[in-house]
Design a protein around this ligand. Structure first.
Ligand code: SF4
Ligand code: SF4
Length: 246
């Protein structure tokens, strides 16, 4: 029988949603357990971490020195590291706040210093090399399931390189940008969620982060301007989940 791979799930600073989302695989978790032995998963087991991980899933942003130390340690002790969720891939809301940590600490603690060892929040990908980045707030659990099955079978997981807009079209959903004038970021956001918000007639708020490459944020900006949204609103919308400058 094939030896099981050692899997660790680690949380840096985040809301816990991405770690919890793994548990919502429910009985399909048992399929993964045919290939993996879970060595570390704070939310699901009290086992203390093993010395080496074949695969590590890391959620959250680096927002404290403890996060940074944990991340470096996990990177050193794992063969394949997945940055999981938009906090880890793009920084999410906490990294999009532009005020430097010095000023935030001053506002909250006055001259009380930095009791938690806080750092400016940054995504995992800005500190260590990652083998795979899977965005989403939270990510689509089918994607992480497929990625883990692929890795277990020796296949490199497929990276999505198309926008949410494409999935919206493939599902034949109504375009809320054109038909309703909603500020939908589907044309410039990483696909992979199967355009789930569009299924309910809502605009995409860009929770999977901006897609690099051939998308056209300037065009999106102009369309939103022409629909009557002001510059400040549009830029705040663009920056909700990332420090990305459109
Ligand atoms: S990406 Fe979203 S759901 Fe996941 S940990 Fe961050 S805030 Fe929570
Ligand atoms: S449609 Fe947009 S906001 Fe909704 S889950 Fe997908 S990327 Fe996130």
């Amino acid at each position: 029988m094939m030896e099981k791979l050692k899997l660790g799930v680690f949380e840096l600073t985040d809301c816990g949603g991405c770690a919890l989302n793994m548990l919502f695989l429910y009985e399909r978790l048992f399929d993964l357990l045919e290939f993996y032995e879970i060595e570390e998963f704070h939310m699901a087991t009290s086992l203390d971490g093993g010395t080496h991980y074949d695969v590590a899933l890391v959620t959250g942003t680096v927002s404290t020195r403890r996060d940074l130390n944990l991340l470096k340690d996990v990177r050193n002790r794992s063969d394949y590291l997945i940055a999981l969720g938009t906090c880890a891939t793009h920084g999410s809301v906490q990294a999009s706040v532009e005020m430097p940590i010095r000023e935030k600490l001053k506002a909250v603690y006055g001259d009380g210093g930095n009791p938690m060892g806080a750092l400016d929040s940054k995504p995992v990908v800005e500190y260590v090399a990652v083998d795979f980045a899977l965005p989403g707030c939270p990510y689509d659990k089918e994607e992480v399931y497929q990625a883990l099955i692929d890795i277990a079978k020796g296949v490199e997981p497929v990276r999505k390189d198309y926008p949410v807009c494409l999935e919206c079209k493939l599902n034949e959903y109504e375009c809320v940008l054109v038909k309703k004038g909603l500020p939908c970021l589907g044309p410039i956001t990483y696909g992979g969620c199967n355009a789930v918000c569009l299924r309910s007639g809502l605009g995409c708020i860009g929770c999977r982060g901006p897609l690099p490459g051939e998308v056209n944020p300037a065009g999106e900006y102009e369309v939103l301007k022409s629909l009557g949204y002001d510059e400040e609103y549009i830029l705040r919308k663009f920056k909700t989940f990332s420090r990305w400058e459109p």
